[in-house]
Design a protein around this ligand. Structure first.
Ligand SMILES: [Zn+2]
Length: 482
């Protein structure tokens, strides 16, 4: 174990901690943005430090520093213990951690083409090429293209003997095109409404073929200006992966965070309708086709790792099984309160933040049978909604409204007329219970979002969602105002 980590743990133990863990994290970031043909910003960031978390008489303390030497490790460890003792005086329920074997090993994201080793010119060139093709389409007002890469090298050690090393690489890219007429703006984005993020190397960005999709995307944004408003009423709707992943994020990912259920996150992020009595009662969250899993082992996911930030091994945790609500995202402290062991969902945004219960990869499992296109062919009358434009959902994650960039009419199994400004609303469990078709492996893909917010001070987390698209019956559809 590195000396700095050993020293921090020893100091914590000597000063009376019953448990301590230390993370040393080095994070590199690179982002590039191109706006309307010009390189708007290139930013490179690097940050390194250690965070020490301790448990003293059942109370948590945390402290951190960007200075990595043994003297500072002593100081930070002592500060964490002091904070734990101070917070112990206001303790409502002493923390009690689940039992587990010490974590040991090494994990790295498989990367074919290192995004940080690649020249800036290449990455900028790929964005500019896509940007140029978007702007070549008549009627385009402005465009934007983005690239982002992040690499984290994390070393974790704990007083129980755990010691792990991880190297996690994430990349993402998006292009956006805006057509404007009068005070109306119509936007199209690729890929997947900003969800084009994976744990991978630059090979993933190449696979997106941004330039190859740019022209059709721009043409559609112009067409939207002339398209009729989306019809209002009750409709059968099919959600493209570019919308479905955010539906899952907001209406299943967040309400299954166990700290939120216990009310410890209520002030910032709200509570949850998925209370623990609903777990005991086998509450029907959705139809029998709905299988949702928190899978930290899924290839390419932004929530894929070897161990979470309290040393719990990556695992697949069923949240909804054949429609029934069966599990939560949890931690070593919260899981025992429902008689379980941690599902390994504690994640921290860098070295200077305490881990919180976060999504890993919240995936709607594909169903063998029909591809997404075959589900469209199997639909007489309905709407196909794609690419998230906005969302809102209440504190308990029950009543929601989503808007998408486009809707296409489905008549007799064929996609036709384009509609603008579609929205749909619902109540989480009624909506998921109305799901009567889920696409198979052929349209199943891993998407992700790098900016899921939670906590005070705020933490942004990278989380993944693999989805294949799905059909829902009798959903309230309307027109959004922009
Ligand atoms: Zn979120």
């Amino acid at each position: 174990m590195p000396e700095v980590e050993q020293r921090a743990l020893d100091t914590c133990s000597q000063q009376g901690a019953s448990y301590a863990d230390v993370r040393v994290v080095r994070r590199e970031d690179e982002s590039i943005s191109v706006k309307s043909g010009r390189v708007e910003a290139v930013s490179l960031g690097e940050s390194e430090g250690l965070g020490v978390r301790v448990l003293v008489d059942g109370a948590w303390g945390f402290a951190s520093s960007s200075v990595l030497n043994t003297r500072e490790a002593d100081r930070v460890a002592s500060e964490a213990v002091r904070i734990a003792r101070a917070s112990g005086t206001a303790l409502r329920q002493p923390a009690d951690l689940d039992d587990r074997a010490p974590a040991r090993g090494h994990f790295a994201t498989p990367v074919e083409e290192d995004p940080f080793a690649l020249s800036l010119e290449t990455k900028i060139g790929d964005l500019l090429a896509a940007d140029e093709r978007m702007r070549a389409v008549k009627g385009i007002a402005f465009t934007e293209s983005l690239f982002h890469a992040q690499r984290e090298r994390k070393s974790f050690a704990a007083t129980d003997g755990s010691q792990t090393e991880q190297e996690i690489t994430h990349v993402g890219a998006a292009i956006e095109v805006n057509a404007v007429e009068g005070d109306e703006l119509q936007r199209r984005t690729y890929p997947d409404a900003g969800g084009g993020y994976q744990a991978a190397g630059y090979e993933y960005i190449r696979s997106l073929d941004l330039a190859g999709h740019a022209e059709a995307l721009a043409e559609e944004s112009v067409k939207l200006l002339r398209a009729p408003q989306c019809p209002s009423g009750r409709f059968t709707i099919i959600l493209d992966p570019s919308q479905l992943y955010l539906q899952i994020h907001e209406s299943c990912g967040h309400p299954t965070e166990l700290d939120r259920v216990f009310g410890t996150e209520a002030s910032y992020a709200g509570t949850s309708f998925l209370t623990t009595d609903r777990l005991d009662d086998g509450f029907m969250y959705g139809s029998e086709l709905v299988d949702i899993v928190a899978d930290a082992t899924a290839p390419g996911g932004l929530g894929t790792f070897g161990w979470d930030d309290e040393g719990v091994e990556a695992q697949q945790v069923p949240l909804v099984k054949e429609g029934r609500f069966v599990g939560y995202l949890s931690s070593r402290e919260t899981a025992p309160r429902i008689g379980r062991k941690s599902g390994g969902a504690m994640r921290a945004d860098g070295w200077n933040r305490i881990p919180l219960i976060r999504m890993t990869n919240i995936n709607l499992l594909p169903k063998p049978g029909k591809s997404l296109e075959e589900i469209v062919e199997d639909t007489d009358d309905g709407l196909y909604l794609a690419s998230n434009r906005s969302w809102s959902i209440d504190d308990r994650r029950l009543n929601f409204q989503f808007a998408t960039e486009v809707a296409y009419e489905i008549k007799g199994g064929k996609r036709g007329q384009l509609y603008k400004n579609p929205t749909y609303t619902g109540i989480t469990y009624e909506f998921w219970r109305s799901c009567d078709a889920v696409g198979d492996e052929r349209s199943y893909r891993m998407l992700g979002t790098p900016n899921c917010g939670k906590g005070e001070p705020g933490q942004l987390m990278h989380v993944g969602h693999a989805v294949s698209g799905a059909r829902f019956r009798d959903v309230q559809v309307g027109v959004g105002k922009w």
